[in-house]
Design a protein around this ligand. Structure first.
Ligand SMILES: *Cc1c(COP(=O)(O)O)cnc(C)c1O
Length: 405
């Protein structure tokens, strides 16, 4: 990997903070114990380290450590929450409400349950990426057992009206689960105060290691239970068996502590950098910001450059900047982002989008260089584009009939 590569893909994963790595190291060789080994000091040391990390994680989100279940990440947390609630409460009803712009770990889990007899409602979003609260309220019926809405979107950074959703769920007596992977550690997240009963998140999106995450499950007002999806030794109060990833959990705990102490200053610094990045790119013609700008994560900007194809644009700086585009290469075709399409963007705008996500290690120099490189790329692509030429000549592109192929 080139040393000069600028990393603007922190929503995909964040670098592990060196202070986190340092905290983890003793738990590979010096302290190799299994946290479930009760008969010798190796086990006790490991158990103590896990208990401490559980407190660090709980403190970040203001919950009781007993309400934190360690998992292998947010994908597992999403699966455990949704499948676990469905299995535990399906006698009460089989209806689950979620949103079209959720992460695949939620959508595919709901698809799976649909095949098993669940009824799933997929709420649309408004053009700004947020759900309409009246739509949610209207969708709740006597058989509804769960509402699943992500805290912040991974592609756009758009933050949902969580408190209002929590209030509706509470009034209707429905459980509220949130995939808060993109929010925890970056903005204040307090599930209890927000009316969230279950919440999944992961270490590697908040400067911790990959392969470890947590599911918060409320134990009081209400006491929520989920059916285990992995059976075995009865770890994690029977909800998630398997030997605990002690070094990973220690790192997750350290990452949570650092986030608690540094979140406010990181967010303030990054929102300024993000605003500068966005302003620099918006100086280009025919450029739009996707998603609600007021309710948005401080480090994210999703921007479409009209009449430019995102994947092609990325090729112009793929040796210098790491980021994601709104196109996903599937086996045969270039699919536009389903998140942007759900927000009402046409295929062309969805295809021309870039997701820029800053992080703790982003610098002002990174931002200035990214503005220059991306602007050069957009200008270059447009110079080569017959569509851009037509646009500049004043042709109304919406009136053109493109031939089907
Ligand atoms: C990254 C991400 C996940 C998946 O998390 P893993 O820990 O990699 O399984 C789930 N949901 C959202 C919103 C994410 O951004």
């Amino acid at each position: 990997m080139s040393k000069r590569m600028i990393y603007l893909d922190n929503n995909a994963t964040t670098p592990c903070d060196p202070r986190v790595v340092e905290a983890m190291l003793p738990y590979f060789y010096e302290n190799p114990g299994n946290a479930a080994s009760r008969s010798h000091p190796f086990g006790w040391v490991a158990e103590e380290a896990v208990d401490y990390a559980r407190e660090q994680v709980a403190q970040l989100i203001h919950v009781d450590p007993k309400e934190v279940i360690f998992t292998s990440g947010a994908t597992e947390g999403d699966n455990l929450a949704i499948k676990g609630v469905y299995e535990m409460y399906k006698r009460k009803g089989n209806h689950i409400i979620t949103v079209r712009t959720e992460h695949k770990a939620v959508l595919d889990t709901c698809d799976h349950l649909e095949k098993m007899g669940a009824e799933i409602t997929y709420l649309d979003v408004q053009n700004d990426g947020r759900i309409n609260l009246a739509d949610l309220e209207a969708a709740i019926k006597p058989t509804t057992i769960l509402v699943s809405v992500m805290w912040a979107n991974n592609e756009t950074g758009v933050i949902q009206p969580m408190t209002e959703i929590g209030e509706i769920c509470n009034r209707k007596g429905v459980l509220f689960f949130s995939d808060a992977t993109q929010a925890v550690g970056k903005i204040p997240v307090d599930p209890k105060a927000t009316g969230v009963h279950l919440m999944a998140f992961t270490a590697h999106k908040m400067y911790g290691p990959k392969g470890v995450g947590a599911l918060y499950v409320s134990r009081k007002n209400p006491r929520v239970k989920v059916t285990a999806q992995i059976d075995g030794g009865g770890h994690e109060r029977g909800m998630r068996s398997g030997t605990l990833n002690v070094p990973g959990i220690v790192g997750f705990g350290k990452a949570a502590e650092l986030a608690r102490l540094e979140m406010a200053q990181d967010a303030e610094r990054l929102s300024k950098l993000r605003d500068r990045l966005q302003e620099g790119l918006m100086a280009l013609e025919e450029t739009v910001v996707n998603g609600n700008e007021a309710y948005r994560m401080p480090h994210v900007a999703n921007i479409s450059f009209k009449h430019v194809e995102g994947e092609g644009l990325m090729m112009t700086f793929n040796q210098t900047i790491a980021l994601s585009s709104g196109s996903a290469c599937t086996s045969a075709s270039l699919e536009p982002s389903y998140v942007l399409v759900a927000m009402g963007l046409g295929d062309d705008l969805a295809h021309s989008s870039l997701r820029l996500s800053l992080g703790r290690f982003s610098t002002p120099e990174d931002v200035e260089e990214a503005i220059t490189l991306i602007s050069n790329g957009v200008n270059h692509m447009r110079e080569l584009s017959p569509i851009w030429e037509m646009y500049k000549e004043g042709v109304d592109l919406s009136k053109i009939e493109w031939s089907e192929h």
